[in-house]
Design a protein around this ligand. Structure first.
Ligand code: AHR
Length: 507
């Protein structure tokens, strides 16, 4: 039995809806043979983008999509992907398996797709093999509404009105695939780019937000130097602390199945110990977040700069018979638990985490959607985003779960993870996950400070190895769940390896 307290009176930070974002990279079958089928395809599409994917994204209210990479962004030249599709340049995707791309999915296709979904666009600029001018032109092409060269080129290519661009990344993993830079060098590069990109002369929207390339995993020195360098204005040799030169610092964190990146197991190949191992690794992200936050707070005590976890999730060996460079993996209940652990942690740290995009949306790492020809399936991870969607733009509540450590041998993790929030109408959502592979847990919930009018609950529960396949697409789906409610108490037994969502209407 575990006691669970939700304090209706303790309001914390806003949970930005952008925490529930997704990442679309030109990698394997994410874009081509995934999202993008082309306008002439027999597969139902809207301007070449699969309609079933657009509908699925709308259903979970995907708030933001990051594109075109990842490492692909570090070699992408956006002008290759505009103009008549037939005449676009063919390129070799050198980062991901030398796949030949015809550039049929470019800026127009991405921006139109975001508009159709109703989500923000987040473009990762190429600071590595591109130039400041190229990034400047790209922003002008997308957002310019004056009589300028790039805005006119966009009009010539069929789009009269500017699109709304919300987020722009200046470099991706610049310490690695984005140029192997040192932090001081990157700070200078960023500042120089930002100086020009942030000038609003040709733009319709003054709300473009900039994201700097942040640390990978536990590189606190990177966070320290970059946050310091980008929260200090330099003017005529004097340095002053002022408004930060970035809205967010990106942070990438993957958990690797097996013995790490060079010895990966496949998604469905795990025993009890490996189940706990990967969930423990996800849970340990909380310490990394806390420490990066502490370092950032030294330079940004008012938390004006968000920590943007714009690549996260499980990374396994590619499925048998697929191109290893395409990183295609299946998705089991273990991944659903992992996603629930991550998202509950993100909610709890929403005072600093302002955006997160899981890698990658379709057919790659911890994808929410998988496709095969005309078929499309939703993964267990997709359903976690469905269960958590009420948290979007809600306010985090103080909540406390009685916990114990479980696991195998030295591999230990807490058995329960949760977070709760209050929406604009005063109603409460709570998401609880049981990480145990074999034991259910009785939970006695108390809502403190409010009276319950009604409650609805839903659950994602299945065997540990269960996944959805093209033959059995609805093996793992959300179901209604019975709870007992009396007064301000809610009792239920959460099954092993499952996730429960409580939606509480308050009097
Ligand atoms: O998600 C795959 C790759 O992982 C991304 O392209 C890169 O940014 C990261 O290293």
């Amino acid at each position: 039995m575990a006691q669970y307290l939700i304090n209706y009176l303790e309001r914390k930070s806003k949970i930005n809806k952008e925490i529930y974002g997704n990442f679309t990279e030109h990698l394997g079958r994410c874009i081509y043979d995934g999202i993008w089928v082309g306008k002439d395809s027999v597969i139902p599409n809207i301007n070449g983008v699969r309609k079933d994917i657009i509908d699925a994204f709308k259903e979970i209210k995907v708030p933001v999509l990051r594109w075109p990479g990842g490492c692909f962004a570090d070699q992408y030249h956006w002008k290759d992907g505009i103009g008549s599709i037939e005449q676009r340049k063919r390129i070799v995707n050198k980062t991901w398996g030398n796949a030949v791309e015809d550039n049929s999915f470019g800026t127009h296709e991405f921006m139109d797709m975001c508009e159709e979904i109703g989500c923000d666009a987040y473009i990762a600029g190429n600071l590595a093999t591109g130039s400041i001018q190229e990034m400047l032109d790209w922003i002008e092409y997308i957002t310019g509404d004056g009589d300028s060269e790039m805005a006119n080129l966009r009009r010539k290519n069929g789009r009269e009105e500017p699109w709304k661009l919300t987020w722009f990344g200046i470099g991706n993993e610049v310490w690695g695939c984005g140029g192997e830079m040192m932090p001081d060098y990157y700070v200078n590069q960023y500042r120089q780019a930002y100086h020009f990109l942030s000038q609003k002369g040709f733009m319709t929207s003054s709300s473009l937000k900039f994201i700097a390339s942040g640390p990978g995993s536990d590189d606190y020195e990177w966070t320290d130097k970059v946050t310091d360098g980008l929260t200090t204005q330099t003017y005529c040799m004097s340095q002053i602390k002022s408004d930060p030169l970035m809205d967010g610092l990106s942070f990438h964190h993957y958990v690797f199945g097996g013995d790490g990146y060079f010895n990966l197991r496949r998604a469905r190949e795990f025993d009890e110990k490996e189940w706990y191992d990967i969930i423990r690794k996800a849970a340990e992200t909380e310490e990394l977040i806390t420490r990066h936050d502490t370092v950032m707070t030294r330079h940004d005590p008012e938390k004006k700069v968000g920590l943007m976890i714009d690549e996260w999730g499980a990374w396994y060996g590619s499925e048998e018979g697929t191109n290893p460079a395409f990183l295609f993996q299946q998705n089991t209940m273990c991944d659903a638990i992992l996603a629930a652990v991550y998202l509950n942690i993100f909610n709890k740290h929403s005072d600093r985490i302002k955006l997160a995009t899981i890698a990658q949306a379709v057919n790659v790492l911890q994808s929410v959607v998988l496709t095969e020809g005309e078929k499309m399936i939703l993964t267990p991870t997709y359903y976690v985003f469905e269960l958590f969607k009420k948290h979007q733009d809600a306010v985090l509540l103080g909540s406390y779960m009685e916990n114990r450590e479980i696991g195998v041998d030295e591999v230990k993790v807490n058995n329960l993870f949760e977070s709760s929030s209050i929406d604009a109408d005063g109603n409460v959502a709570a998401t609880i996950c049981n990480t145990s592979i074999d034991s259910s847990e009785q939970i006695e919930t108390t809502l403190f400070g409010a009276e319950i009018e009604s409650i609805k609950a839903r659950i994602l529960a299945q065997d540990a190895h269960a996944c959805n396949t093209f033959e059995e697409p609805e093996n793992v789906v959300i179901k209604d769940f019975d709870v007992i409610c009396s007064g301000n108490r809610i009792d239920f037994e959460i099954p092993a390896g499952s996730i429960v969502e409580l939606s509480i209407k308050v009097k």
